[in-house]
Ligand binder design. Structure first.
Ligand code: COS
Length: 398
C-alpha cells in the first residue's frame, strides 16, 4: 500500500483524498487484467473503456459536458495520474491522453465543439489525441510547417506531418496545430479538431519505443476540415497549446511521481527481505542512504507537483513557472529514484517481468515529452527574467 499521508497536506480538500483512495482500490484490481504490454492498442482501448465506465475519465472533461468539476481540477488530474502510474504506465497513458487530447477544446473550443467531442471522451467511448510536434518542430513549436489554408467556403485544407503523436492510430479525433499565417512565428498558428476518418489524414508510420504505447506519425495531404472545427481564434493556436501544456505539464510530473513512489516501495520491500552478508540488505548503511535520498526526492516532487496544481486550481491565470518546475524536477528525480531501485534489486532489476525494469523504461520518455527538461529550464528562466523586468529588481551599477 503506497504512502498516502501526503493527502493530508493543505493542498487538498476531502474530495481529493476520497478520489485518490477510491481510484487506488479500483486500479489495483481492475487494471492488471486489462493490460497486455505486447498489444498496446487493444490494451489502451480496453483501459479507456473501463476508465470511462467506472467514471474516472469524468476528471478529464468539464461538468457541463458530463465531467466532475466546472473546469479542470488539476489536483484531481494529478492524483489520477500518480495513482494510475503507480499501478501501470499504460493505465496512466490511457487516462492522460483523454485530457490532453481534448484540453484545447475544454479551454478554448466553441460550445458546439465541446458538446460534440467532450461527452464521449469523458465516457470512454471516444479516444482523443493532441497533434503538435513535427519532425522539425518539437521543442520549437513556433517553427512548425504544417499549414491550414482556406479551401472553398467554410473550409481549410491541412497539409504536412505530425510526429510522436500519442494515441496516433487508435484515436477517434486529433487536435491538430497548423500554420494559418496571420503573423510570423508563434502568432500565426491555429488549432483544428480533425476526425480520424477525414480523407487526407493518414497514419504514415507506427512508432515503437522502449516503453511501448500507441504512437504514430500522421500525414496530412489536402485534408479538408470545416472552419467551425477551429479551436480558439485564428492565430491563437500557440497560446491554446501553451495554456493546455500549463495544465498538463504538472500532470506529467504527477505520473513521474507515481512511477517513483512505486520504485521506492519496491526498493524498500526488497531491502527488507533480501539477505546479504547475513542480514537484510536494508541494514547496510549504503542502502539506508539510498532509500533516504529516494524518499526525499519523492516528497520534493510531490510538493512541487501539488503546489503547481493547487496554484492553478486557486485561479491563477498562468502557472507556467510552477508547472515547468514540477515537470522538470519530478521527471528527473524519478529517473534517479528508479535507477537506484534497479541497483538495489541487483541483477534481478534488469530482468524483464520485474517491476523496476518496467519502470526504468517507462520513466525515460517523460523527461522528453511535453517539453524536454531543457525546454523547462528555458521556460523557468524566462519567467524569472520577466519578473526581474516587471519588479524592477535592484541592478548592479553599470
Ligand atoms: N500560456 C498562454 N500564453 C502563452 C504561454 C502560456 N503558457 N506561453 C507563451 N504564451 C504566449 C506569449 O505570451 C506570447 O504571446 P504574445 O504574442 O501576445 O506576446 C506568445 O504565446 C508567444 O510566446 P513566446 O514568444 O514565448 O514563444 P516562443 O516561440 O519563444 O516559445 C518555448 C518558446 C520554448 C517557450 C515554447 O516553444 C515551448 O514551450 N516549447 C515546448 C513545447 C513542447 O512542450 N513540445 C512538446 C510537444 S507536446 S507533447
Amino acid at each position: 500500500m503506497p504512502d498516502a499521508t501526503f493527502l493530508t497536506w493543505p493542498f487538498f480538500e476531502p474530495p481529493h483524498a476520497r478520489f485518490a483512495g477510491d481510484l487506488r482500490t479500483w486500479a489495483a484490481h481492475a487494471v492488471p487484467p486489462l493490460v497486455d504490454h505486447g498489444d498496446v492498442d487493444a490494451s489502451c482501448r480496453r483501459l479507456v473503456r473501463a476508465l470511462g465506465r467506472a467514471g474516472w475519465l469524468r476528471a478529464t472533461v468539464p461538468a457541463a459536458y458530463g465531467g466532475l468539476t466546472d473546469g479542470f481540477d488539476v489536483r484531481t488530474l494529478c492524483l489520477a495520474r500518480e495513482t494510475l502510474a503507480y499501478q501501470d504506465g499504460l493505465a496512466d497513458f490511457a487516462f492522460a491522453m483523454q485530457g490532453l487530447g481534448t484540453g484545447p477544446i475544454t479551454l478554448a473550443g466553441s460550445d458546439a465543439l465541446r458538446a460534440r467531442y467532450l461527452p464521449p471522451v469523458g465516457r470512454g467511448e471516444a479516444i482523443a489525441a493532441f497533434a503538435l510536434s513535427e519532425p522539425d518542430a518539437g521543442s520549437d513549436v513556433a517553427a512548425m510547417s504544417t499549414t491550414a489554408t482556406p479551401d472553398g467556403p467554410g473550409h481549410v485544407r491541412i497539409d504536412g506531418a505530425k510526429t510522436w503523436i500519442s494515441n496516433g492510430g487508435i484515436a477517434d479525433h486529433y487536435v491538430v496545430f497548423a500554420r494559418t499565417g496571420e503573423a510570423p512565428g508563434a502568432r500565426g498558428l491555429s488549432a483544428f479538431v480533425v476526425d480520424a476518418d477525414t480523407p487526407g489524414l493518414q497514419i504514415a508510420e507506427r512508432m515503437d519505443v522502449i516503453a511501448p504505447h500507441p504512437l504514430a506519425t500522421l500525414r496530412f495531404e489536402g485534408c479538408r476540415v470545416p472552419v467551425g472545427n477551429r479551436v480558439g481564434g485564428p492565430g491563437e493556436g500557440f497560446k491554446v497549446a501553451m495554456a493546455t501544456l500549463d495544465v498538463f505539464r504538472s500532470t506529467v510530473g504527477a505520473a513521474a511521481l507515481g512511477f517513483a513512489r512505486r520504485a521506492l516501495d519496491e526498493a524498500v520491500g526488497r531491502a527488507a527481505t533480501r539477505q546479504m552478508f547475513g542480514a537484510p540488505l536494508g541494514d547496510l548503511q549504503l542502502t539506508q542512504a539510498a532509500l533516504a535520498e529516494m524518499a526525499t526526492a519523492v516528497d520534493t516532487s510531490a510538493l512541487l507537483v501539488y503546489r503547481a496544481a493547487w496554484t492553478k486550481d486557486r485561479g491563477a491565470p498562468r502557472v507556467t513557472r510552477e508547472a515547468a518546475m514540477a515537470k522538470m524536477h519530478a521527471t528527473e528525480a524519478a529517473q534517479g529514484v528508479i535507477d537506484r531501485a534497479v541497483q538495489i534489486f541487483g541483477g534481478l532489476g534488469v530482468m524483464k517481468g520485474v517491476k523496476v525494469e518496467e519502470l526504468y523504461r517507462e520513466i525515460r520518455a517523460l523527461r522528453i515529452y511535453e517539453g524536454a527538461t531543457e525546454v523547462q529550464k528555458i521556460v523557468i528562466a524566462r519567467e524569472l527574467m520577466k519578473y526581474a523586468a516587471e519588479a524592477a529588481l535592484p541592478r548592479a551599477a553599470e
